[in-house]
Design a binder for this molecule. Structure first.
Ligand SMILES: NC(=O)c1ccc[n+]([C@@H]2O[C@H](COP(=O)([O-])OP(=O)(O)OC[C@H]3O[C@@H](n4cnc5c(N)ncnc54)[C@H](O)[C@@H]3O)[C@@H](O)[C@H]2O)c1
Length: 252
């Protein structure tokens, strides 16, 4: 175990687009990074890329919906680097369907990936932070949980749960030196998001966003970087909108 690394972060969904950008950003800021993903190959590729830049990272293969897998991942991370000082809950599953077409199995799957997994990863990794008296937890929500977004019924509701969880834990963990905040991106130009937007919907979205473009994964990672900084100790329970000004522009 290395004792020279003061800051150690686990990024769930670290093999995905926003997760990989966040893992790279944290490594650049001196964090040892655990790249946790259900897709072990994707996590491995991100960790190797960080290592190739001379920075510490390991891949952790786990599903956030499986508590035992998360506990193994925590043990693996702690054996390599020591207890996590930050957790970024990015693992999630976008989904769009009309309300009337939403079947119970789909609802369960979307809520499990976006909300239950976030609860469980936080249970597993927050304990060490609270015991140490320092920690930073960032949740990945979405503007679809804040503003109505056509078809994003289960996804918006699950991420709405993530926002509520953020508020509750921000209060519960504050006296232990652990802050809990959420990032709410608008549409980010990732394959997962673009797959559920038609060309026309994308053009319409870009027209409505005041800055005139979709977000990049790095735009979102930058917001996470702000929230995990040591200096952000007084920022707690915040929903940080990363939407190019969409929320003040009117219709989503
Ligand atoms: N892309 C967008 O427009 C957008 C907007 C707002 C919020 N978000 C949120 O940002 C996050 C990342 O989005 P992305 O566009 O990078 O998607 P992505 O599909 O590229 O990345 C998601 C990653 O999470 C992993 N994952 C999913 N469920 C998991 C689970 N239960 N356990 C472990 N790993 C799991 C996937 O394997 C994947 O690598 C998601 O939570 C998404 O809801 C995305």
């Amino acid at each position: 175990m290395s004792t020279s690394i003061a800051r150690r972060a686990v990024v769930t969904g670290g093999g995905g687009q926003i997760g990989a950008a966040t893992a790279r950003m944290l490594a650049d800021r001196g964090f040892a990074v655990g790249v946790l993903d259900q897709d072990g190959d994707a996590a491995d590729a991100v960790a190797r890329e960080i290592n190739a830049g001379g920075k510490p990272a390991i891949a952790l293969t786990a599903q956030t919906t499986e508590l035992a897998q998360l506990q193994c991942a925590r043990a693996e991370f702690e054996a390599e680097f020591g207890p996590a000082t930050a957790l970024v809950n990015i693992a999630g599953l976008p989904h769009a369907a009309a309300f009337d077409d939403l079947d119970p199995a789909t609802w369960e799957r979307v809520v499990a990936a976006n909300l239950t997994g976030t609860v469980q990863a936080t249970q597993v990794f927050a304990a060490g932070m609270r015991a140490a008296g320092f920690g930073r937890i960032v949740m990945m929500a979405t503007m679809s949980a804040v503003l109505a977004n056509q078809g994003q019924i289960a996804y918006g509701a699950a991420k709405g749960g993530v926002i509520s969880l953020t508020s509750s834990l921000a209060v519960e963990f504050a006296r232990d030196g652990v802050t809990v905040n959420a990032v709410c991106p608008g549409a980010v130009a990732t394959p997962a998001a673009l797959a559920i937007l038609t060309t026309e919907q994308r053009a319409e979205r870009e027209r409505r966003i005041p800055v005139g473009r979709l977000a990049s994964p790095e735009d979102v990672a930058h917001a996470v970087g702000f929230l995990v900084a040591d200096e952000s100790s007084y920022i707690n329970g915040l929903m940080l909108y990363v939407d190019g000004g969409l929320h003040v522009a009117g219709i989503f």
